[in-house]
Design a protein around this ligand. Sequence first.
Ligand code: AMP
Length: 112
Amino acid sequence: MKDKNCIFCKIIGGEIPSAKVYEDDKMLVFKDIEPKAKVHLLAIGKDHFGFISEMDSSREELLKYMFSKIPGIAAENGCENGYRLVINQGKDAGQTVFHLHIHIMGGETLPW
Ligand code: AMP
């Protein structure tokens, strides 16, 4: 399910370009446009939903699938020595894009 106003749905649909590092029928991983670490990737599901609070059984399956793929994708993209996963939820966390996404940050010793 897509949201026509969502920037990440537009990236999935190819309307907005992105530096893709992995794609399959369920998920997409691309480089963050404003990297906060040497390697900063964003993993998104192809089902549009904004928040963990919107989780249901099919979305649980999608999230499980994404977490199962992330270690290999991270290792292939310069995070062999570790990485940090972050999901910002809502205003207090500074979430700016309301399509659930997992930040994958690494490629260096993280400063915090
Ligand atoms: P968040 O603050 O958790 O909602 O993170 C949104 C992330 O999306 C930020 O790190 C942005 O730099 C990133 N971002 C926004 N637009 C794009 C884009 N067109 N391509 C890649 N990354 C983007």
